[in-house]
Design a protein around this ligand. Structure first.
Ligand SMILES: [Zn+2]
Length: 275
């Protein structure tokens, strides 16, 4: 199964805010999203990255405009989701499923581009989004105006999936396609309902751990940032136990990849094409 990641945008962050004991210089973070070519499901997206809808859309709330003005993401035109699909000869209608790891803007802003897709996401977290006011959602880092109309009707919830047991330090989770190829692993801490994706059928098992940390070093060197980063976490106390679980997975020989880490990986588009 081919797995490719692309970088939708760059975001600058002061290292100290995302790495305990880090410097005051700024780090240029990626905003990844992925594409998997599944033998029976076809092309499946993993999130959408930032798209212009989150940054320039007319229907944006005042809060979403403020968020864009503070983070100032620079969109990476060449690796936006539509041009990226085109490189693989795909149109938006070819995408029948988008895995939505959590509901932050840089993961969902392109969902309206895929009218034929079902959305594989946490139905429990979606129920909570629906029960909250837009303002309450904003406190959870969710801009409800970014969800396409009918999101709930097209939701393929994790709770309906078969659970796969952990194997020692290799975590278990929800078997997304019923064949064990992609397992949704619960990653508590960063956002309500966030899950990562475990691919066990590779030479080296890969766990895409999304936003557990911004930097891989924060994970591998045990340097979770404290205040004020903890302010924006859904459950700050859960970040460390989740990170420890990922370190145990690394110790088994697994590979962990994050959404925002700046270093290129063998799954990123440029290297994926070269390879
Ligand atoms: Zn996030």
């Amino acid at each position: 199964m081919k797995i490719v990641f692309a970088n939708s945008a760059w975001v600058n962050a002061v290292e100290r805010l995302i790495l305990r004991g880090g410097g005051w210089h700024s780090v240029r973070l990626r905003v990844r999203y992925g594409l998997i070519f599944h033998p029976t499901e076809g092309a499946v997206l993993i999130d959408t990255g930032y798209t212009p809808e989150a940054l320039t859309g007319e229907g944006r709330s005042r809060r979403l405009r403020l968020y864009g003005a503070v983070l100032k993401p620079e969109l990476n035109g060449a690796e936006q989701v539509l041009p990226m699909l085109k490189r693989f000869g795909l149109s938006p209608d070819d995408i029948r499923a988008v895995i939505v790891t959590h509901f932050h803007a840089d993961h969902i802003s392109g969902l309206p581009l895929f009218p034929k897709a079902r959305f594989i996401a946490s139905d429990a977290a979606w129920a909570r989004v629906k029960s909250r006011t837009p303002r309450q959602n904003w406190w959870h880092g969710v801009f409800s105006e970014l969800f396409p109309a009918g999101f709930g009707d097209r939701l393929d919830g994790l709770s309906t999936k078969r659970q796969i047991e952990a194997q020692g330090d290799v975590p278990g989770g929800a078997d997304l396609f019923g064949d064990g190829s992609v397992i949704a692993v619960d990653l508590q801490g960063h956002a309500d309902g966030q899950f990562g994706l475990l691919f066990v059928g590779l030479e080296r098992p890969l766990l895409y751990a999304v936003d557990v940390q911004w930097l891989l070093r924060a994970l591998t060197e045990n340097r979770t940032s404290g205040f004020p980063a903890t302010l924006i976490a859904e459950d700050a106390a859960a970040i460390e136990p989740t990170s420890a679980m990922l370190r145990r997975f690394l110790a088994t020989g697994g590979e962990v990849m994050l959404c925002h880490d700046p270093a290129p990986t063998s799954y990123d588009l440029a290297s994926a094409e070269a390879g």
